[in-house]
Design a protein around this ligand. Structure first.
Ligand SMILES: Cc1ncc(COP(=O)(O)O)c(C=O)c1O
Length: 377
């Protein structure tokens, strides 16, 4: 059996290895240390925000972002139904209720029109609307112009889930710089990784300070251990921050590689009836984290599941888009405004190997397998 080809495996090499070894030799093994401070400064500068707090995961960043906004039991948080469970889980951690908003069919991102409708309905019903939490799906920034204007009209803060979109832009501004705060993830499958980790980004110094406080067990600034709030152990370790700094220095190069892979998929499917590369009509500003195709089964004569089976036989990983949150058993009964757009994407899209660590040989193998499949269909 040939080596397995993953959708998005970590892209690390000598530079990263040297950085981690140097951090270890420096003696800063514990959470916190000079690499954490430098990583925060460097990422804040890259995204163009005033403050960054390095944390143990993107999920931790979401959790603390919501807590810092004061979200809690009795509150409603409006979020994208088309996302990874971490977004909705973090809302539940606070005791608030997630309210799911359906997507724009072309991008899978939160529909501003539906957001307005939901805010209007919930406001009329006298609900406590604590936050809007949009998600930049697969590395394409949400229509922040629309979302921020609407949330602003209703006086509701925005926490942006940019876990997948580091390096993307909206109207010339970096993903991760929108709303009261944004979060990014450095999970192993993301555009850059610290193996596990995340960061909260904000222009608001008080916000960043509170997140840092909660992330370090909410310790009061006194010598003995004094606590007036429940805290968390959510800080990033110095070793992982060293890895993150090395990855950040290669971010543009890694994005370029993912874009090149997407371009090759565009060429491959250009003449294929009933298949479109997802979001490709407007992909100049996204980071091309993952490339998916959307298949119109009636026109193509085959279903995405069939291509996935063929790829699996060749030991190549592929996967449907996120199963929308309103379809998840754990969120059965959750409220939302659902049009069917996310569900259609879930049924018709397939995500293909997209990682920057993919070698030319591996990508050729993917292309050959897909071409073989298309040839017999
Ligand atoms: C949209 C989205 N939000 C949040 C997360 C959570 O990030 P982490 O895995 O770093 O906790 C992820 C990815 O894992 C994600 O894709």
């Amino acid at each position: 059996m040939k080596d397995r080809i993953f959708m998005s495996s970590p892209d690390v090499g000598q530079l990263e290895e040297d950085a981690v070894v140097a951090a270890m030799r420096s003696g800063w093994i514990a959470p916190l240390g000079p690499d954490v401070d430098a990583f925060e400064r460097e990422l804040a500068a890259r995204v163009g925000v005033g403050h960054a707090v390095a944390l143990s995961s993107g999920t931790a960043a979401l959790h603390l972002g919501l807590l810092t906004l004061g979200v809690g039991p009795g509150d409603v948080v409006l979020t994208s139904t088309m996302t990874f469970a971490a977004t909705a889980n973090a809302i539940v951690y606070t005791g608030a209720e997630p309210f799911f908003i359906d997507a724009l069919p072309r991008t899978g991102n939160m529909s501003p029109a539906l957001l307005r409708q939901a805010l209007t309905l919930l406001r009329e019903a006298g609900q406590s609307i604590a936050c809007v939490l949009p998600v930049d799906l697969l590395g394409k920034a949400v229509d922040y112009t629309g979302i921020l204007a609407i949330a602003g009209e209703f006086g509701v803060p925005v926490l942006a889930d940019a876990a997948e979109s580091l390096g993307a832009t909206h109207m010339g501004r970096a993903a991760g710089s929108f709303g009261q705060a944004s979060i990014v993830s450095f999970n192993g499958n993301k555009i850059m990784t610290t193996s596990g980790g995340g960061m909260l980004l904000t222009d608001d110094e008080t916000f960043a300070h509170h997140v840092r406080y909660l992330a370090t067990q909410a310790r009061q600034p006194v010598l003995h251990y004094e606590h007036t709030d429940i805290g968390y152990n959510y800080r990033m370790s110095n070793l992982l921050a060293a890895l993150g700094r090395a990855q950040l220095s290669r971010l543009d190069e890694m994005i370029e590689r993912r874009r090149a892979l997407r371009d090759e998929y565009k060429d491959l499917f250009a003449e294929v009836e009933g298949v479109e590369v997802f979001g490709a009509d407007d992909d100049r500003y996204d980071n091309a984290w993952l490339t998916s195709i959307v298949v119109d089964e009636a026109k193509a004569g085959w279903a995405p599941r069939q291509l996935a089976e063929k790829l699996a036989l060749a030991n190549i990983e592929s996967r449907p888009l996120w199963k929308p949150m309103h379809l998840q058993p754990v969120f059965a009964g959750a409220r939302g405004l659902i049009t069917g757009a996310s569900e259609r994407l879930f049924k018709t899209a397939l995500t293909l190997p997209s990682g920057s660590a993919l070698t030319s040989d591996q990508h050729e193998r993917v292309v050959r397998t897909i071409s073989g499949f298309l040839g017999v269909n």
